[in-house]
Design a protein around this ligand. Structure first.
Ligand code: HEC
Ligand code: HEC
Length: 399
């Protein structure tokens, strides 16, 4: 009913041979006599042809640095004298109970203001990874569980934490009053004598620390140059961004759906999610956003409290007023920003992933069963090929 098998047997090699011959001839022909590609407005070699939609998504990850509204809850947020005192406090171990620990012991300036350890020694019984403080003035919630709603409140907690600087309001007040250099520092920064109330004094110390930390803005990256080049239509400049990073970027904004959470110039929507990083810790669980929210809502130092310098006029207080503790918060952690990633290993709230490649693998093999039933349906295992995984890692390294 079909052609004789004999004929088929010789037809195939012949066709193959002809095709091969044609290909070889084509390869050896001078470029000018090769068949011409249809004329196009296509991107030059070295630049992927991004669609208008893709371009809009890429441009939304800038500009960098962004304009940041000063924190209204901190009256010295932008005052040079407070920044100056804040720097010296940040590196001053005299702020700790035993005189041995400074903020900079864990938030090390040479390591993008983190410590390179999986979890910090002491803090929260060693459950959490020390976050970088770069760009933290742009974070709406502070800490992996969002237990703070301002940079100054997040700076007060370590001073009073038993696992950290181990002070009480009283002992910290005494330390400041009895150390002439610190007392003079306060007067220079705030232009007034030390307040008699220990809590007010401690909050002011934290506000000076916050003023300094809000100056820690990360530098521009190869991604930013690419993003700016695309947004002004400068293909010439855009081609210097490696192709692997461009392919990884396309995955990031497309198939990977990473931008759903890692959005905007900082690559974080500032909120919380469960991406199935196990949250068991010795002797229990780290409930993340759930306990973070409980802590935030009962704190005297949140934006709704009396230490907010803008009183009822703080535009950021609305977030704290309307947030509601819900069961789904259990096991959610803050979406981290992704800038300068290569300087902030290891990764995740518990420092459980050592390299960028391990994070990519996590999303590639994602364990869906471990995600909350009512949680994120955005995520699914990506099953990336080795090439795609390398591209995504190349993109993440360019941030
Ligand atoms: C023992 C190590 C250690 C010390 C000392 C320390 N921190 Fe931290 N810091 C951490 C860890 C761990 C976290 C994460 C806490 C969490 O998830 O709630 C953190 C979180 C923060 C955050 C929130 C950052 C963010 O992006 O969410 C700020 C701000 C901060 N620390 C400032 C300070 C200041 C200011 C000092 C000194 C007064 C200080 N830290 C001392 C380990 C430390
Ligand atoms: C549903 C929201 C969501 C999506 C989608 C998402 N992430 Fe994440 N990402 C998070 C959260 C939350 C964490 C922190 C989890 C933790 O510590 O337990 C995180 C952590 C990370 C980290 C570690 C950063 C650090 O400093 O520790 C990287 C890198 C990362 N994500 C990249 C990606 C990439 C690449 C994609 C797309 C393939 C992606 N994310 C998709 C929410 C998301």
């Amino acid at each position: 009913m079909t052609r004789p098998p004999l004929r088929r047997r010789w037809l195939k090699p012949l066709m193959l041979g002809a095709a091969l011959l044609a290909a070889m001839t084509w390869l050896t022909l001078p470029a000018s006599s090769q068949p011409q590609q249809p004329p196009s407005t296509a991107a030059p070699a070295g630049l992927l042809e991004f669609t208008a939609d893709e371009r809009a998504q890429i441009v939304a990850h800038g500009p960098w640095p962004p304009v940041v509204r000063p924190d209204a809850s901190n009256r010295v947020a932008t005052q040079a004298t407070a920044v100056q005192w804040g720097v010296s406090l940040f590196f001053d171990a005299r702020l700790s109970g035993n005189g041995k620990l400074a903020c900079a012991s864990c938030h090390q300036s040479a390591r993008a203001f983190q410590d390179g350890l999986p979890t910090a020694v002491g803090r929260l019984n060693g459950r959490r990874n020390t976050p970088s403080l770069l760009d933290s003035a742009q974070a709406r919630w502070l800490g992996w569980g969002g237990s703070h709603d301002s940079l100054w409140a997040a700076s007060l907690t370590p001073l009073l934490d038993d696992g950290e600087m181990h002070q009480t309001l009283t002992s910290l007040g005494e330390r400041l009053r009895n150390t002439p250099e610190l007392a003079q520092g306060y007067q220079a920064a705030f232009g007034q004598a030390l307040p008699s109330d220990d809590a007010t004094l401690a909050v002011d110390v934290a506000k000076a620390l916050a003023a300094y930390q809000s100056t820690l803005v990360s530098t521009r990256t190869p991604f930013d140059d690419f993003r700016d080049a695309l947004s002004r239509g400068d293909a010439q400049a855009a081609v210097s961004y490696p192709l692997a990073a461009q392919r990884g970027l396309r995955l990031f904004i497309g198939e990977g759906r990473c931008t759903v959470c890692h959005a905007g110039p900082r690559f974080s929507n500032g909120e919380f999610a469960d991406i199935s990083v196990p949250f068991f810790v010795p002797g229990g669980v780290d409930s993340g956003r759930y306990s973070g929210l409980q802590q935030l809502l009962r704190s005297n130092y949140n934006r709704l409290g009396k230490f907010n310098d803008a009183g009822g006029k703080d535009p950021s207080a609305v977030g704290t007023r309307h947030v509601i503790l819900e069961p789904r918060h259990f096991g959610e952690f803050r979406v981290p920003g992704l800038r300068h990633l290569s300087e902030t290993a290891p990764y995740m709230h518990n420092g459980s992933l050592a390299r960028i490649e391990d994070v990519v693998q996590h999303y590639s093999d994602l364990n869906e069963d471990r995600l909350h039933a009512d949680g994120e349906r955005i995520l699914r295992p990506l099953h990336l090929s080795p090439h795609q995984a390398a591209d995504l890692a190349a993109f993440l390294r360019s941030l």
